[in-house]
Design a protein around this ligand. Structure first.
Ligand code: FE2
Length: 285
C-alpha cells in the first residue's frame, strides 16, 4: 500500500514529536503493509511555517535514518497545504509541495468555515494543470451544508482523500456518516492514514482498507490505497486511472434534503439503502 498523507517528519508540525516517534511510525507503516509514504507536514501561514526546501531536507534526513535502522520504507515529498492565497504561484516556486512533485497536491480547507470562492480556488488550480486532493472532507464541519458543492468539485476534477480512522468512528459519528456516504456515492479517490504519531493517531491503513473493502469490495479498496496512489506517484493523468465506483442508484441516494444537518440521525435509516446499493454495485461489476 501507499500512504499519501502522513505527518511523519519529526518536530515540524503537530505530527511526530521527535525522530524516535518518526521511526516508530515508519515501523508501524511497514507492519501495515505500506511500502511508500508521502511525508506531508502542514503548511499553514501563521502556525506552521514549513516550506518546500526545508521539507525536502527533513525527508532526506529521515530516509537516511530509516536506512540505518533497516526499515524498508520509501519516503516521497508532499505537504498538507492549507488553502492560502497565491497557491499556484507557491507550487511553481517550490515554496509549496505537491505529492512526489506530481500534478497532485493535498489541499486542506478550514475545518469550521467554507471559505468564500472555494470553487474558484479549486478551478484555478485545475486550469493551472494540478489535480487538487481535498483532504478529509468527512471531518469538515461545513460539509453537511455544502455537500452539493463537494459533488460539483468532484465533477470538476477535484479528488477527495478520506481518513482511514474515520471509518472506525475515531472522529465521531458525523465523520463516520459522511465517510460512508461519500464512499457510497462514489466521491472518494484516496484513503490515507493522516497519522500524527505512533499511538493516538497511528498509521492504520490496513484496518481502513479492510473496513472499506467490506463496503465497496476488495477491488475498489485496492484502488483507494494502491492503484490511484501509484498513479499519483507516477504522475499519471487522472483520466488514465480508474474512477471511484459509482453507486448504482446514486441519484436517488444523493438527493439532499433540508435536514441533512441531522444526517447522522438518519444513518440507520439509510443503512438499508446503502446495503442494497452495495449489493447492486457488486452485481454490476
Ligand atoms: Fe493532515
Amino acid at each position: 500500500m501507499i500512504d499519501l498523507h502522513c505527518h511523519i517528519l519529526p518536530g515540524i508540525d503537530d505530527g511526530a514529536a521527535d525522530m524516535a516517534v518518526s521511526v516508530a511510525m515508519a515501523r508501524a507503516e511497514v507492519n501495515q503493509g505500506v511500502s511508500v509514504v508521502a511525508c506531508t507536514p502542514h503548511i499553514l501561514p501563521g502556525l506552521y511555517h514549513n516550506s518546500g526546501p526545508a521539507i525536502r531536507q527533513a525527508i532526506a534526513q529521515l530516509q537516511g535514518v530509516l536506512q540505518q535502522e533497516g526499515i524498508p520504507l520509501r519516503l516521497v515529498t508532499g505537504a498538507d497545504v492549507h488553502v492560502t492565497p497565491d497557491f499556484v504561484g507557491g507550487l511553481r516556486s517550490g515554496r509549496l509541495l505537491s505529492i512526489a512533485d506530481s500534478r497532485y497536491v493535498l489541499v486542506e480547507p478550514p475545518h469550521h468555515t467554507a471559505p468564500p470562492q472555494l470553487e474558484d480556488f479549486f478551478f484555478n488550480l485545475v486550469v493551472a494543470g494540478y489535480v487538487p486532493i481535498l483532504t478529509h472532507p468527512e471531518r469538515l464541519s461545513w460539509v453537511p451544508s455544502h455537500y452539493e458543492m463537494i459533488k460539483r468539485l468532484v465533477q470538476g476534477g477535484v479528488w477527495m482523500q478520506l481518513t482511514a480512522a474515520s471509518f472506525a468512528g475515531a472522529f465521531g459519528r458525523n465523520a463516520l456518516y459522511w465517510a460512508e456516504r461519500m464512499l457510497d456515492d462514489g466521491c472518494v479517490h484516496v484513503l490515507a492514514s493522516d497519522a500524527h504519531d505512533a499511538e493516538r493517531r497511528p498509521p492504520d491503513l490496513a484496518a481502513g482498507r479492510e473496513m472499506v473493502a467490506k463496503r465497496v469490495g476488495a477491488e475498489e479498496a485496492q484502488c483507494l490505497v494502491l492503484t490511484r496512489p501509484m498513479g499519483i506517484l507516477k504522475d499519471q493523468a487522472p483520466s488514465s486511472l480508474p474512477g471511484p465506483l459509482a453507486v448504482a442508484d446514486a441519484s436517488s441516494m444523493s438527493t439532499l434534503s433540508t435536514d441533512d444537518a441531522l444526517a447522522p440521525q438518519r444513518g440507520d435509516a439509510r443503512g438499508g439503502l446503502r446495503g442494497v446499493s452495495g449489493r447492486l454495485r457488486r452485481l454490476f461489476r
